[in-house]
Structure formats: structure tokens, C-alpha cells
Ligand binder design. Structure first.
Ligand code: ZN
Length: 522
């Protein structure tokens, strides 16, 4: 059964400060000051009281070790179940509530397991002691021992009814010898409940672990609101089975193993339970060179304090697609890499063509776009930045002519005569110097190659990787093959621009896309 959380809150509100008195009495808080409602924390050693009542939350909180306890949890810590603790709370608050389902077997035609008799536990105590789990915790979790000296894990449902019984050997399991690691009671049905779920306070954060002994490790360390999934990391049926119960928690902490299955479980479970309320326990990779696989190993090689610490400091579940403003590195523009255009006024306005950004150059025909771009290419080379250039309208030799004239400067461009026609050409010795200076730094897209956007991007990627090109000039958007149907054309153009931006970011380069104005206002 599920006890309405609103009624629980109503009971706590009705009790008011009496919550603190009850908690202090149940836990035997030393030096309890009933006026200021604080005392010595029962969960860690201290001389000055830091275990203080929170009037708004109706719980006691320790500012030393971070532990939070309400009446329900305090009462449960004495070995009671959640339903018993809620009854205790309701009785004190004089709230009537129907606990009719408590202890009632509600599943029809279900073969409930037979409880293993509570007898000798020597072997189980000894084995779990080796794993740093005390007799107190073994008894708290009602772990028993069967005739074959195996550990017995009792799974109770939320009505405190024994619904599933699981076993495991009380010694190290050697899978290579074909030992069974665990099994359920023969002749009984199974339901994927959560181990220890009937001793969980639904108004507090829930810790979900990957195995009974990890759950035991959490409890041993003082974190009582813990359960274990029933059938390992790869089985998620418990989510469906306990959905309504799980829906009650405002906060869930996941502690899966430090392995592939554990990572998968973490992802799957947080997605299904809701990333906004799920946090993760970050286990240390190793302690003193000892790799840490799960919570029980952290207890074994580390300490109770370390276990409690990783649980209380569980990490938020980040949304992969956002970043905290505070985590964004502040950047000094002067430190950002990029290419200066060499045009004073433009550099004043833009600072640089920053790597990782796409620049669009536009202007009507004859407005000097090509001269501007050629100048930019030369300035880029001068700054030691390699260049890739694509011109959809000029063949390679004409691109060379444009660039030559700028690279040579007017004193090295001579007038020649072909018959009675005069033309200009770079002085051949200077041409050699220019070619030498540009060699392996300036790359022109070959004539006769594909004009498909994808081929262009592939070539640019190769030029960025192989030649380390930083400036990419794509002149121009309409000369690329964007499809013949108008709708395709817009989609493909949009897509190409997006890809260019990703390309700029991925390779930290500065692409320039030349775009002709769509309509010219006269
Ligand atoms: Zn404390």
C-alpha cells in the first residue's frame, strides 16, 4: 500500500516542534536542548551540538556529517518498517488512517514463499562480517541463514508481506566452478520488488543500489533509505512493478557498479525515473591501488565515512545539451585565435575572424568582393595561416592571376605586348619567389571537380587535417550544386551552412562563405 504523502506532511505539521522531541527521544540524542531543539549528533562523534531541528522541514539535520532524520526514519532505525513508523507518527499526531492492507497478501493466485526459519546465523554473520557488514545490519535487513548455510534475502512488499526470497552462498562465489551466484526460492513465485523497500521513508531521498550487499553497505554506513534492485543491472522489470511507489520520491540517488552494465543501468534508470530528480553516486575508481567496483567494496577498502560521503554528495544528472553559465570559461578576445583581415577598419569592428566561426561575405557584382578576398588570402598567408580556396566561377589559372597581382605588388607587375595588345604579367623571377613563398600553404580547389556540397566539405576536412588550412574561402554558395528543385535548394543551402558552422567549430578554422544578395534594391 502507498501512504499518501500529503497526510504524512499533515501529521508532521500538526506535531510541529514535537517532531524534534520525538526524534531526540527515539535516537537518544545526548545534551538535547529542548528549547533550541538541538543536541549532539548520534551519527558522528562531537562535543558541541550540531544536530539541529529544521522547523520548516520537520526533521533534524546534522551540520557536521550532513545526516537528515525525520520521525519516520528515526523510528524505522529501531528496526520498524515504514508502515509501522507512519502509524507511530499518525498516532502521535492523532490522525486516523486506514492501514487495512498491512500484512495482507494482495496477490491472487500467487505462490508466496515460505519464510526460512529464524535460526542459527553463524555462517552468514561470519561471511558478511568479512565484507564489513555487521550483525546489527544483517539483523536490521532480516538477512537469514538456510539449512545449507546460504544467505537468505527476504523481499517484503510495501504491506510488509514476504513476497520473494533470494539466496546466495555464504562464501566467495567462484563462477568458473559453475557456482550459482544467487537464486530464488524453489516452488514460489517471484515479483521484481526492491530489497528493503518496506523500510524506506518515501518522504526522503531514495538510494537505489545494484545488489543486496551494496544496500547493506549503505545501511551499515548510516544511510538507511536504501534499496537494491532484485535481479542485477540488466533487469529493469522492477521499474514497472514498483512504478507508483517510485513515483512518490522527489529525489532518487543511483548507485550502480563501476562497470559497463552499471553505466548502462545508470542511463536507463535515470531516463525512466526522470533525470530531474535523479542523482548519481560517484564511486572512486580505486583506493590504494585497489579498484572499487561497488559500494560494498568502498566500505571494504575504504570506510563507512567514505560510503556516506559519496551518497550524500551524489552528483547531479547533467543535461548533456546545456552548460552552467558559471562553468563557461571566460575568454579574453585577445587570447582567442583567429586571422586578422588586415583591413584596419574591419579589424577594429571584428577584431579577428575567430576560429570556430563562419563569416558570410556578400555584395553585388563589381563591388570588389574578389579583390577583398584575394587581399584576405594574402594577409592570411602573411600571418602564417594556410588557405583553401574554392571559386565556382574562376578557373584555377585566373585565381592565380588575381592573387599574383596582389602578392607581387605593383612594382613587380610588368606590361607586356602580344602583337599590338598590351597586358600585364608578374615578372618571372618574382613569380618564382611567389610560388616558393606560397608552396604548401595555399590550396586551390581543382578545376573540373564535383560541386556537390558534401564533396566540398570532404575536401575542406581533408585540407584542414592534412595541410592545416585555417582560412577557407567558398566563393560562392550558388555555384555549389544545391539541387534543381527550389525547395531542395533552400533545404540544401541551409544544411550546408549548418555543416560549415560545425566544420568551423570542429576543426577550429575560419571559413568564409560568399553569398550573392538575393534581391537588389535599386
Ligand atoms: Zn552528524
Amino acid at each position: 500500500m502507498i501512504v499518501d504523502k500529503k497526510t504524512i506532511l499533515r501529521a508532521k505539521t500538526k506535531l510541529g516542534d514535537k517532531n524534534a522531541l520525538l526524534i531526540a527521544e527515539i535516537l537518544g540524542v545526548e545534551k538535547f536542548d529542548s528549547r533550541n531543539l538541538k543536541g549532539l549528533c548520534p551519527f558522528h562523534a562531537e562535543d558541541t551540538p550540531s544536530f539541529i531541528y529544521d522547523k520548516k522541514g520537520y526533521y533534524m539535520h546534522c551540520f557536521g556529517c550532513g545526516k537528515t532524520v525525520d520521525v519516520i526514519e528515526a523510528y524505522m532505525s529501531t528496526g520498524r518498517t515504514f508502515l509501522e513508523a507512519v502509524q507511530f507518527l499518525f498516532d502521535h499526531a492523532r490522525i486516523r488512517y486506514n492501514f487495512g492492507e498491512q500484512g495482507v497478501k494482495t496477490k491472487r493466485a500467487y505462490r508466496y514463499p515460505k519464510p526460512e526459519p529464524l535460526g542459527d546465523k553463524t555462517k552468514v554473520y561470519a561471511y558478511l562480517e568479512k565484507r564489513k557488514i555487521s550483525q546489527k545490519t544483517v539483523d536490521y535487513l532480516d538477512i537469514r541463514q538456510d539449512k545449507e548455510e546460504n544467505c537468505v534475502f527476504n523481499y517484503y512488499d510495501t504491506n510488509d508481506v514476504l513476497t520473494m526470497v533470494k539466496y546466495r552462498p555464504s562464501h566467495r562465489v567462484d563462477k568458473s566452478k559453475g557456482d550459482d551466484k544467487n537464486w530464488c526460492q524453489k516452488g514460489a513465485d517471484t515479483t521484481p520488488l526492491l530489497f528493503n523497500m518496506n523500510r524506506v521513508n518515501t518522504t526522503m531521498p531514495l538510494l537505489i543500489t545494484e545488489g543486496e550487499l551494496d544496500c547493506a553497505a549503505a545501511i551499515e554506513s548510516g544511510y538507511l533509505n536504501a534499496v537494491s534492485v532484485p535481479l542485477g543491472a540488466n533487469n529493469y522489470h522492477w521499474l514497472e512493478e514498483n512504478w507508483d511507489w517510485l513515483e512518490q520520491f522527489d529525489s532518487v540517488i543511483l548507485c550502480s557498479d563501476n562497470d559497463e552494465a552499471g553505466n548502462k543501468m545508470r542511463k536507463e534508470v535515470s531516463t525512466r525515473l526522470g533525470t530531474w530528480r535523479t542523482r548519481f553516486v560517484e564511486l572512486p575508481m580505486n583506493i590504494q591501488d585497489q579498484p572499487i567496483k561497488d559500494l560494498n567494496e568502498l566500505l571494504y577498502y575504504g570506510s563507512k565515512e567514505q560510503v556516506l560521503n559519496v551518497i550524500l554528495n551524489a552528483k547531479e544528472n547533467p543535461i548533456d545539451t546545456v552548460i552552467d553559465f558559471a562553468d563557461i570559461q571566460a575568454i579574453d578576445l585577445a587570447d582567442m585565435d583567429g586571422i586578422q583581415t588586415g583591413f584596419k577598419e574591419l579589424d577594429k569592428a571584428l577584431f579577428k575572424l575567430f576560429y570556430g566561426t563562419l563569416t558570410i561575405v556578400t555584395g553585388i557584382n563589381g563591388s570588389g568582393k574578389s579583390s577583398f578576398l584575394s587581399q584576405l588570402v594574402c594577409n592570411s598567408l602573411e600571418q602564417g595561416c594556410n588557405v583553401f580556396q574554392y571559386s565556382g566561377e574562376l578557373p584555377a589559372f585566373q585565381q592565380k592571376t588575381w592573387l599574383n597581382h596582389i602578392l607581387a605588388g605593383r612594382y613587380h607587375v610588368n606590361k607586356y605586348m602580344a602583337g599590338n595588345i598590351e597586358y600585364f604579367k608578374v615578372n618571372p623571377t618574382v613569380q618564382k619567389d611567389i610560388d616558393k613563398w606560397c608552396a604548401e600553404r595555399l590550396f586551390i580547389y581543382k578545376d573540373g571537380q564535383s560541386h556537390s556540397p558534401q564533396d566540398m566539405l570532404d575536401t575542406m576536412e581533408a585540407a584542414a587535417r592534412k595541410y592545416g588550412c585555417k582560412l577557407f574561402i567558398i566563393d560562392n554558395l550558388t555555384s555549389l550544386a544545391m539541387g534543381s528543385r527550389e525547395k531542395d535548394r533552400w533545404d540544401n543551402q541551409e544544411n550546408f551552412v549548418r555543416q560549415l558552422i560545425s566544420f568551423a567549430v570542429k576543426f577550429q578554422v575560419a571559413p568564409i562563405l560568399v553569398v550573392h544578395p538575393h534581391k537588389i534594391e535599386t
